[in-house]
Write a protein that binds this ligand. Sequence first.
Ligand SMILES: Cc1ncc(COP(=O)(O)O)c(C=O)c1O
Length: 330
Amino acid sequence: MSQRIIYCDHNSTTRTDPRVADVMHQAAVEVFGNPSSGHRFGQQARALLDKSRSQIAAYIGAKPSEIILTGTGSESDNLAIFGSLYAPDATGRHLLTVATEHHAITHSADWAQRHGFEVTILPVDSRGHVDPDDFARALTPTTRLASVMLANNEVGTIHPIAQLATIARERGVLFHTDAVQAMGKIPVNVDDLKVDLLSLAAPQEAARVGAMAKDLRYRLAHQLDDIEFFGDPDNCLPNTVGVGFGGVDGESLAIALDLKCICVSTGSACMTGAAMPSHVLQAMGVSERYLRGSIRFSFGRENVPTDSAAIADTVIAEVQRLRKMSPVRV
Ligand SMILES: Cc1ncc(COP(=O)(O)O)c(C=O)c1O
């Protein structure tokens, strides 16, 4: 019997639920009309779009007319940033954001800066939190938009968005939150969060995957020394375990785990190809030792309860083997 492959990298991306794929296929081949066309095919497509907008809106407490469908989460983040900065009625030219945002935000902020906008990037503490007082102080009369993610994709830290958005609103500043990683894992409601703009991507289940992540965390903490968990354990996405293994190279460990049929990520997915240290962990002040040996486990729909023990056993064996074979001395 072939060994089951355990995919534990759901924060990078997730397999499409076959039921969703069926509905998408059916829509593509049957409801192909241009929703702006007046004939029956167009009307059929318009009705389906309206229904989708209503369902998404109901899920997050918004109005259907407030939903803009984009191709990806990055596209939605880009639209929020550039749509706000370049809106015809925009007066301020200042953008405020945070060092641990996804690259869809930080790269947009870099671009804005190169094109004449003023940009402030707020630092975070060792758990990945931004200080609300720092946030309030950084708002200026010319701030057009503040953008702070709801939950971080690498370490899972959840930001107090309602508190930050209220501060921004009192100062007349638009507030955007990137909820791409939070959707389906923690409650997301635009009124509770008090945001003007929110980016999201497709849902998954929370309680079941949370139990697996908790179990993995417990096993690693009790059976391995010289490790550091990243993020805020009291305020974190339930499915995410970011951890640094001292004396180990994270890339080598991820490859060793892949050979044992366990798929995980080192830092964020987009960093892997570039082999650069994670900007999120750097902003949190993680020491070189644990930065070098960082791995992200992120559970999702296809994981089963026995996965956490299977992952823990393999990780522990591989960390011990790598430490003996080629210890990393930082
Ligand atoms: C927090 C966050 N924002 C934005 C994105 C970008 O989404 P997409 O890959 O759909 O462009 C991701 C992707 O993982 C993410 O985790």
